[in-house]
Ligand binder design. Structure first.
Ligand code: ARG
Length: 472
């Protein structure tokens, strides 16, 4: 075991305690961020004259070399180190001797880990945003192609009124757009640099915290050193945003599972995104959609777990906080995987348009419009409602749709009906008369689609500059 302390101790740490305490098995995930933060720290120490220029240059060069050695497989991150911070520092000292021992001047692992986690989360937030943007692009394409694809809209899982596939998909577009907005808000709040907070009370060295913050693309330094080392709000906010993304994905998956069922047959999931059964040859299962729905619980779990971990922690740093990592990493990887797979699944899925519009036509989704027709011909709404109720009963009995009724049949129930009723209750009219902003009519949808297209043209933050540094 390679330890960063020793002076005060007369005995070795028990091996089980050491293992229990160690975090290298998971915090190696932010190895690049640890090096990046150390380089910024050392550059600042050099600028401030706390280290000589030569010392600064030697340390930066060696930190870069360690990064390259790990990336290119010449140096393995092994469990003999307690955490990623010890690994980097011990390797630096191995290579530079006493100069390497100066890296940690004016720094504690408490502000170091706070920085690493923030850098890591910030980058992952950008990647998540990009995956959401990809998904929105796929949804927009579906919307553009389906402003005339009629399908039933549901309430209580009962056919209610006709909508279009573009309109239905558009609802999810709004959800995922809000998800991106949440990420952008979190980014703005979290983008402050905790480095320089020390263990909890700052340091006596004349650090330039503004400088390190700028070097790492932060909007400035954090303003309270105790808060800096113990704030994990941004992790919680991010997990909350990730949970909401999963909730949206899960709702959509639930619909796809229903639409893919033998009874509905609204969609066919591409072979590449379905699986078969080991026993039943006829099966083609929507496993991806089910798995995304299932993994939602796992992401919620991370959120609840970290909220609970944080609730009893007094100021400032306490080791409980090490528990923020594994679950957060897992949640991030889960959501990114789900977003990528969902986008692939939805972009390759076939929509059975005929089946969808037939379903709308045979579900009395035009009953409201039949009542509106009567109202427009002077019948009070409550009476119209009752008359159309009778018509529906009649149709159910005969196994037909309202538009299949003859003029005589209609007039027998209410003489107000004329020939133009057929036009008034056609699926096309029902949808395209709903013209208000946000309604499914083709012309209303086209305006929305144009606005969404404009929204997607703005890239927000480009992660390319981060990708150059950290790789994907
Ligand atoms: N592995 C620790 C964590 O994740 C790093 C900080 C350790 N600080 C300390 N005082 N033991 O939180």
């Amino acid at each position: 075991m390679a330890q960063l302390w020793g002076g005060r101790f007369t005995k070795e740490t028990d091996q089980l305690v050491y293992n229990f305490n160690a975090s290298i098995s998971f915090d190696q995930k932010f190895f690049r961020q640890d090096i990046e933060g150390s380089i910024a720290h050392v550059c600042m120490l050099g600028k401030q004259g706390i280290l000589t220029k030569e010392e600064m240059q030697a340390i930066v060069k060696e930190l870069d070399a360690i990064r390259a050695d790990v990336e290119e497989g010449r140096l393995a991150i092994t469990e003999e180190y307690e955490d990623i911070h010890s690994f980097v520092e011990a390797n630096l000292i191995d290579r530079l001797g006493d100069t390497g021992k100066k890296l940690h001047t004016g720094r504690s692992r408490n502000d170091q880990v706070a920085l690493d986690m923030r850098l890591y989360t910030r980058l992952e937030l950008l990647y998540t945003d990009e995956l959401l943007r990809e998904l929105l692009r796929a949804l927009l394409k579906l919307m553009e192609e389906n402003t005339e694809t009629i399908m039933p809209g549901f309430t209580h899982m009962q056919k209610a009124q006709p909508v279009t596939l573009a309109h239905h998909v558009g609802a999810y577009f709004e959800m995922f757009k809000r998800d991106r907005g949440r990420l952008h808000d979190i980014y703005a709040r979290m983008n402050y640099c905790p480095l320089g907070a020390g263990a909890l009370a700052g340091t006596t060295y004349p650090l330039d915290r503004e400088y390190t913050a700028t070097l790492m693309g932060f909007d400035g330094p954090t303003l309270n050193s105790m808060d800096s080392v113990s704030d994990r709000d941004y992790v919680i906010e991010f997990l909350s945003a990730l949970s909401t993304i999963m909730m949206h994905l899960s709702r959509f998956c639930e619909e796809i599972i229903i639409w893919n069922s033998n009874e509905y047959q609204f969609v066919e999931i591409d072979d590449a995104y379905s699986t078969g059964s080991s026993i039943m040859p006829q099966k083609k299962n929507p496993d991806i959609a089910e798995l995304v729905r299932g993994k939602t619980g796992r992401v919620y779990g991370a959120l609840v777990s970290i909220l609970t971990t944080m609730k009893g922690i007094p100021l400032a740093y306490n080791k409980d906080m090490q528990e923020d990592k594994e679950l957060t990493f897992d949640a991030i990887d889960t959501v990114k995987g789900c977003l990528a797979l969902f986008t692939g699944m939805i972009s390759t899925m076939k929509f059975n348009k005929e089946r969808m519009s037939d379903s709308a036509r045979h579900g009395f989704t035009n009953a409201t419009d039949a009542a509106d027709y009567l109202v427009n011909h002077g019948v009070p709404f409550r009476d119209a409602h009752g008359i159309v109720g009778q018509i529906v009963l009649y149709c159910i009995d005969k196994g037909i749709a309202i538009d299949d009724m003859s003029m005589e049949e209609l007039k027998a129930i209410c003489p107000v009906f004329e020939e133009d009723i057929y036009e008034a209750i056609s699926m096309d009219t029902c949808v395209n008369k709903r013209l208000t902003i946000g309604a499914p009519a083709k012309t209303a949808m086209e305006k929305v689609i144009a606005a969404e297209r404009e929204y997607l043209a703005d890239d927000w933050l480009d992660s390319d500059k981060w990708t150059e540094k950290y790789g994907k």
